[in-house]
Design a binder for this molecule. Structure first.
Ligand code: ZN
Length: 386
């Protein structure tokens, strides 16, 4: 892991790690005076002033008098110049590709979605280019002001090369995302693990705002994990951390699409639930569990309960190792939280070292569908700060 500042996201293009750090801190806490920002970053004011100068000169950050608080000289405060520039954020999922156009403060100004069932790389990247194009066409004048495109994709991603090394859910191996997309769009492209983009968005704008250490666990087709430790995104050696869905829980358990057996994802992902319920997809399983009758309803409810128990067991492992201030449950699978929660709760309480305390730190996210793509846009903005 590269030594960087807080949420500098260790992007190599950010030559001055303080710059990305100060920008993130400002985005999370604005408005701030120079002194406040220096204190938050644990830097001296002259370093802050020197580091901010290019950001102010290029218009990323403005400094203006705040409304005077009582008598005396008005304090000058720093803000991110949100309207001046924009970024595109995209999440490539196994069934939906979603995208947003955001301002510099990552506020969504346009959004679009495309449904594609398990697209191959070529089809997916053509769709992403089309989606980005549509977003930029929707807001006149945005193309010239766009800093870049951030893409979040599941699995092992290598940000420096913009490559998805291996995504079990998508069935992709060694897919170069940045080169073709950059050629098609004429914009810089940065590529990241999708749960990491979500963790960044949670840290800056979501439930993670309150915490310096937290874990985001996503439920859905896959089971993912994003970690922020000490205000830093932690992605491990070669970006391999967070493969939470592939912790081995059941010897000789069901086959996982990663090639192994008995992984958490193979026991508690959408496919596991629909298979156990004996229906083609998880939406039908949820419908049966809530509104069905007799044996089919009971079978569907058991499928969710069992998945919940495996998730709780996985959370106990996570909590025993890291005990983060917050464990956020997120992702599209949260839509079935009413059906999963009993299993999750009982199993986490019974399996974690101090189960009752672990439960207190577990929180269900409000599941803002745009957060993933917003996080990807944030990473595109960060990338451009270099
Ligand atoms: Zn697996």
């Amino acid at each position: 892991m590269e030594a960087g500042g807080r949420l500098a996201f260790h992007l190599p293009a950010v030559k001055d790690s303080h710059r990305a750090e100060l920008f993130s801190l400002l985005l999370r806490n604005e408005p701030l005076t120079r002194a406040d920002l220096a204190a938050l970053a644990s830097l001296d004011q002259s370093t802050v002033t020197r580091t901010l100068k290019p950001l102010i000169d290029s218009g990323y950050v403005t400094e203006s008098p705040a409304a005077p608080a009582g008598r005396g000289r008005p304090r000058r405060v720093l803000r991110v110049a949100v309207e001046k520039l924009c970024a595109v954020g995209i999440k490539i999922g196994p069934r939906v590709i979603s995208g947003v156009l955001t301002d510099l403060g990552a506020k969504v100004v346009a959004r679009r979605e495309l449904e594609l069932d398990h697209p191959g790389p070529e089809e997916a990247l053509a769709a992403v280019a089309e989606l980005a194009d549509g977003l930029l066409a929707e807001v006149p004048g945005s193309r010239e002001r766009t800093l870049g495109i951030g893409v979040g994709v599941s699995g092992h991603v290598d940000p420096p090369s913009g490559t998805c090394r291996f995504s079990p859910i998508l069935g992709w191996h060694e897919v170069d995302i940045a080169t073709p997309l950059s050629r098609a769009s004429g914009l810089p492209v940065s590529v990241h693990n999708d749960v990491n983009t979500l963790a960044v968005a949670e840290y800056l704008f979501g439930a993670g705002r309150e915490a310096e250490d937290f874990a985001v666990v996503t439920l859905g087709p896959g089971v993912g994990l994003g970690l922020v430790i000490g205000g830093r995104l932690y992605d491990g050696a070669e970006g391999l951390a967070g493969e939470f869905g592939h912790i081995p829980l059941l010897p000789n358990g069901p086959q996982c699409h990663c090639g192994r057996r008995g992984c958490l994802e193979a026991l508690a992902g959408d496919d596991a639930i629909s298979r156990a319920a004996g229906v083609p997809d998880v939406g039908t399983a949820a419908d049966l569990a809530r509104n069905g009758e007799g044996a089919t309803k009971r079978t569907a409810r058991r499928a969710f309960h069992s998945a919940g128990e495996w998730i709780g067991r996985g959370l106990a492992v996570l909590d025993n190792i890291l005990a983060p201030e917050l464990i956020l449950l997120s992702g599209e699978g949260i839509a079935a939280h009413d059906l999963l929660s009993e299993g999750i709760t009982s199993s986490l309480r019974d399996c974690a070292f101090e189960g009752a305390r672990a439960l207190e730190r577990l929180r269900v996210d409000s599941a803002d569908v745009n957060l993933w793509a917003r996080g990807a846009a944030c990473l595109a903005i960060q990338q451009s700060l270099g």
